[in-house]
Design a protein around this ligand. Structure first.
Ligand SMILES: C[S@@+](CC[C@H](N)C(=O)[O-])C[C@H]1O[C@@H](n2cnc3c(N)ncnc32)[C@H](O)[C@@H]1O
Length: 240
């Protein structure tokens, strides 16, 4: 079972470094202007989109994975929210140019061809618009066989370091980029990940009886633990 399918079967919300705590910290530190047109890409089970809608923003959210979108819809309904969840590929966004003031990605771009996805985020942003993108990255050079194994497991085309992220963001049309956060994999980060229990997490029926799912979960933990020294996560802010 691949990593994204595992996440979707478990119905996990906030499946990104730092979890929901990191999402809350982002919007606390970078308040969103009222009436901003927000696009969340790779919304997964919709926890961030639902949160932003609940506090009064208008959010369009996309993902490519049917099961993720189904769970995002169930979450929104349980919260009494009306959100436009669409099936779409971040590398070919179904929107006209300059439609949004804000694009939010939480552990998404890393799974795609970053030149394509970042160019698409930039294209749909209005001039002066902002991308917030929290992603896994390479902190220091890693033995190439380990790197390949990790990329294959997660379905990451190319795990980039800080410098490569800078290059990709600028080449994709952003005029400025900075890392608002740069975090190593510490125990504190692991605690943060599970601080806010997701009461609307919906597992597929029988998911926990599937040995393939457990195998993928186990592989995931092993992969992160064994490579923690080489990995980091960053929150990029890029302005068009
Ligand atoms: C690790 S999950 C993170 C989900 C969500 N952002 C969160 O933080 O819980 C990655 C998500 O990106 C989506 N994704 C990956 N590649 C995509 C693509 N090319 N287009 C749209 N969504 C994609 C996956 O389906 C999945 O929901």
């Amino acid at each position: 079972m691949n990593y994204i399918n595992m996440l979707s079967k478990l119905g996990m919300g906030s499946a990104h470094p730092g979890g929901f705590e990191a999402t809350l910290r982002l919007f606390r530190n970078e308040p969103i202007a009222p009436n901003s047109r927000i696009l969340e890409v790779g919304c997964g089970t919709g926890r961030t989109a639902c949160y932003l809608t609940e506090i009064g923003y208008n959010v369009t959210a996309i993902d490519l994975h049917e099961n993720m979108l189904k769970k995002a819809q169930v979450r929104a309904e349980a919260m009494g929210l009306n959100i436009n969840f669409l099936k779409a590929d971040v590398c070919a966004l179904p929107f006209e140019d300059e439609q949004f003031d804000l694009v939010i990605a939480e552990s998404v771009t890393v799974f795609t061809n970053a030149s394509e996805s970042l160019s698409e985020y930039c294209r749909v942003l209005a001039k002066g618009g902002t991308l917030y993108d929290r992603e896994l990255l390479l902190d220091k050079p890693m033995p190439s066989d380990h790197k390949k194994e990790l990329e294959n497991f997660f379905g990451i085309p190319r795990l980039m370091d800080r410098e490569e992220w800078h290059t990709r963001l600028i080449e994709s049309g952003f005029s400025h980029e900075e890392a608002l956060e740069y975090n190593h994999f510490t125990d504190q980060m692991k605690q943060e990940q599970t601080r806010h229990v997701d009461t609307l997490e919906r597992r597929d029926e029988g998911a926990l009886l599937d040995m393939n799912l457990w195998e993928t979960l186990f592989q995931h933990d092993k992969m992160i633990l064994n490579n923690a020294d080489f990995l980091a996560s960053a929150l990029f802010k890029a302005i068009k």
